[in-house]
Design a protein around this ligand. Structure first.
Ligand SMILES: [Zn+2]
Length: 124
């Protein structure tokens, strides 16, 4: 694959950027829908998109299940072990349990690394 812009950036880096931008844009679109869509549209979007989101979380979390030493095999390196729960599991708990679905338990914000909504646009 050639790089039509003539830059020196490797193709892998460009593809990685395109992939990440597509995911951010999808998340932004879903947030917009949640904010603005009418009820019938929201039901339709929820039916099609919620299973994808839950499947995505399951797939991600499966890769970060602790091994028999109690370490995360995905976040650990040969030189440095990462004890479970790793940042992926902490983020899942923060957003799925502590934050989104049980608002009365808000107040503990272990992770503040959510990308701002305008991040994609600003990055260009
Ligand atoms: Zn991990």
């Amino acid at each position: 694959m050639t790089n039509p812009s003539g830059g020196e950036r490797p193709v892998d880096e460009i593809l990685g950027r395109v992939l990440r931008d597509a995911v951010w844009e999808r998340l932004n679109m879903l947030t917009e829908l949640a904010d603005r869509a009418d009820a019938p549209s929201l039901v339709s979007v929820a039916r099609s998109e919620l299973p994808k989101l839950t499947d995505g979380w399951r797939s991600l979390l499966t890769e970060h299940e602790p091994d028999n030493r109690g370490d995360c095999p995905s976040c650990s390196t040969r030189w440095r072990r990462q004890k479970a729960p790793c940042s992926v599991w902490r983020a899942a708990h923060e957003h799925l349990v502590a934050g989104a679905l049980a608002p009365q338990q808000q107040g503990r914000h272990m992770l503040q690394n959510r990308e701002p909504r305008g991040a994609v646009a600003q990055a260009h």
